[in-house]
Design a protein around this ligand. Structure first.
Ligand code: C2E
Ligand code: CA
Ligand code: CA
Length: 636
């Protein structure tokens, strides 16, 4: 066990101009217990007390005859790390400092010193002394002539107090030290990526902000931010497991460190293989010129592309890197990271294993996209959408058999915005499901309204597009049911699903499509011919029709191969009893060719563009099928 501080020698300084007093003090303290001639007094006071050996204390007494001498002693004892615990100070010590002055000086030298002031008669009252020395718990007054036992007990108690206080302080500072250590460990954990030991996003933000501030002051400072993403990381992770994935990330971190300077910073953004994180950011500082950033990037790409050998697996993994520099006038580090990220995506799109430097065009695109995204969210709230309806024509009779509902965004500043521009974005940011639901219910409501007014609409269908996200939404079947119940247009509703949305997850798609078909709703495969489905597997899908993509129709006149494929599709569809709708018919020739191939239905500018509701209604009620050329025109 550590010896307790309380076992230490008690150090006492007596400051008194009367030499005889020093002798008295020494006598009192030499035994470490009440002096023999005091034993009787003590027994009288406290009863017959056996001295407790644990309370045995040892005193060490020093003397000074003047205040200034005492002050020097306290000063040097404190400096030597062997301070006094208690001083007895006489009140009157001519010709030098009096007791009060002395104590003021003593506390300057050692504020922890306990003091007993000894006075026979005093020029000061206790209030005056307290006024001069301040209210303190380190000062007691002892009236002369003093009682030896009282001196002994005061000394024992006050030195014990001194020792206990410093022990507590020691404990406190040990605790503080522990807390400091733990805090710094926690801080480190908050700023370091566990797997790679590299700075994490938080630390990166911090340093980049500093760098950013410095560069504002010193505009010759050139730096670059590189955003790295690994092209085949997911494949590695999925096929070889997270453990190998983690080791690969560590190997990548090591290469990055080898290829950069110490003034550069590499950060990893939540890199754990389990979470699929494989993004790193490199900040290149103190560039001589901005082109240096490109040179370093090229070097990094080459270094990272060298195959990795991990636990016997040879892994090929290249990086895509987006680069931006502070030559673009940024207002925050976040913007730099965002733009480097954008450039990285461009690099990936450009074929991977390469880099892209962020430029003005990318910046404009990024800003435009962000604006569009915000506007789109608002548009959903404000219901800024309308539907146009494009007629679908029976090629044999020229009759309008249905409409395809096509959504438009009535943007408050930009006017009508095409779905080509906002549907993919709506999918990405997750607003397609509410938007799609609105389209579905509005189209059905519109058809019900037309039907209630005009008998010509009794046999007209409504086709509505479903996006891939809608197809995957758990509530789809219920919401379709709700819409047809409300409008009562069952079974005139047809749903178009793109070939690529179906092929995204064919089994899940088939399950949902089966449910929809069971409700009596016909499904059409949209954009047919652009995706990957082969003709031979068409029968696997519960569909009632195919919509031939516009690219076939527009090329069939000049490209023999397109025409041949189209003919094959149509004849197979006929055998499978699928309806065929040709999209994008723009000319009489195209229409005639389709007819001769046996295509049933068509849609396109040749017949009508997508129309506003009133014009769509008029298209059916007033125009009807009169303008369609006779069926056998091309054969003649
Ligand atoms: P889509 O389903 O293939 O729709 C046909 C597109 O072709 C429509 O473009 C239509 O205006 C256009 N089109 C029709 N005839 C011709 C023609 O003769 N020539 C040419 N060049 N184009 C023609 P739109 O309305 O811009 O829609 C584009 C795409 O946006 C649609 O392609 C569809 O994928 C998507 N979309 C439109 N409305 C919705 C909707 O309500 N929900 C979902 N999920 N997607 C929609
Ligand atoms: Ca469509
Ligand atoms: Ca289409």
């Amino acid at each position: 066990m550590k010896p307790s501080l309380l076992d230490q020698k008690r150090r006492i300084l007596v400051i008194d101009d009367n030499e005889a007093i020093h002798g008295d003090f020494r006598k009192i303290f030499t035994a470490g217990r009440p002096p023999a001639d005091l034993a009787g007094e003590e027994a009288a006071l406290f009863g017959d007390v056996k001295p407790d050996p644990g309370l045995q204390v040892e005193f060490e007494v020093d003397s000074a005859l003047q205040g200034c001498e005492g002050f020097e002693k306290v000063q040097s004892a404190t400096a030597a790390g062997n301070p006094y615990h208690l001083a007895f100070v006489d009140m009157r010590m001519p010709p030098g400092w009096d007791g009060v002055q002395t104590i003021q000086k003593l506390w300057e030298a050692d504020p922890r010193l306990q003091v007993v002031i000894c006075s026979a008669y005093s020029a000061y009252s206790w209030e005056q002394i307290a006024g001069k020395l301040g209210a303190t718990d380190r000062l007691l007054i002892l009236k002369k002539p003093f009682d030896k036992l009282e001196v002994f007990q005061l000394a024992t108690a006050l030195t014990a107090k001194w020792l206990a206080t410093s022990q507590a302080q020691l404990k406190m500072s040990e605790l503080e030290h522990l807390v400091e250590k733990r805090t710094s460990e926690l801080k480190e954990a908050a700023f370091v990526d566990r797997l790679t030991g590299l700075p994490n996003r938080a630390l990166l933000n911090d340093r980049l902000s500093q760098l950013f501030q410095n560069s504002l002051r010193d505009n010759s400072r050139k730096f670059a931010v590189l955003f790295l993403d690994f092209d085949r990381f997911k494949v590695v992770n999925d096929s070889l497991g997270h453990e190998i994935g983690d080791l690969l990330l560590i190997a990548i971190a090591t290469r990055l460190q080898q290829e950069t300077r110490r003034t550069d910073m590499i950060a990893s953004l939540a890199t754990t293989a389990r979470l699929g994180g494989d993004e790193f950011i490199v900040v290149l500082d103190q560039l001589r010129d901005y082109h240096d950033a490109v040179r370093v990037t090229e070097r990094l790409l080459a270094a990272l592309a060298v195959p990795y050998t991990i636990k016997g697996h040879v892994i090929h993994s290249t990086a895509s890197i987006g680069v931006t520099t502070n030559a673009v006038h940024y207002t925050s580090p976040d913007e730099m990271i965002r733009d480097a990220d954008t450039a990285m995506y461009r690099a990936k799109a450009a074929g991977k294993a390469c880099y892209m430097v962020f430029d003005r065009q990318m910046h404009q695109d990024a800003v435009a996209r962000l604006t569009l995204e915000n506007d789109l969210r608002q548009a959903i709230k404000d219901q800024e959408f309308i539907l146009h309806y494009q007629p679908i024509i029976n090629l044999a009779t020229g009759a309008t058999v249905g409409f395809e509902a096509l959504v438009r965004w009535r943007h408050p500043q930009r006017g009508l915005v095409s779905p080509v521009e906002f549907i993919p974005l709506a999918e990405e940011i997750g607003v397609i499901v509410p938007l799609g639901y609105w389209v579905l219910s509005e189209a059905c409501r519109q058809l019900a309204e037309w039907r209630s007014r005009s008998p010509e609409f009794q046999d007209i269908n409504m086709s509505v597009n479903l996006s891939r996200k809608q197809l995957a939404a758990p509530d789809l079947v219920n919401s379709i049911q709700r819409v047809i119940d409300e409008s009562g247009i069952y079974p005139a509703l047809k749903l178009e699903i793109t070939e690529s949305a179906i092929m995204n997850d064919p089994e899940a798609s088939v399950r949902v499509m089966d449910q929809i078909r069971a409700m009596g709703i016909e499904l059409h495969m949209d954009d047919f011919g652009t995706g990957y489905s082969s003709l031979s597997c068409l029968h696997r899908f519960p569909i009632g029709g195919l919509k031939i993509d516009r690219s076939f129709v527009s090329h069939m006149g000049d490209r023999q191969d397109y025409a041949l494929v189209l003919e094959a599709i149509i004849s197979l569809a006929q055998k499978l009893k699928l309806r065929i709708v040709a999209e994008g018919v723009e000319t009489a020739d195209q229409m005639a060719m389709l007819r001769s191939m046996g295509c049933d239905l068509a849609q396109g500018y040749f017949f009508a563009k997508p129309l506003e509701p009133a014009r769509a209604e008029a298209f059916v009620t007033s125009k009807s099928q009169r303008s369609l050329p006779p069926v056998c025109q091309t054969a003649a």
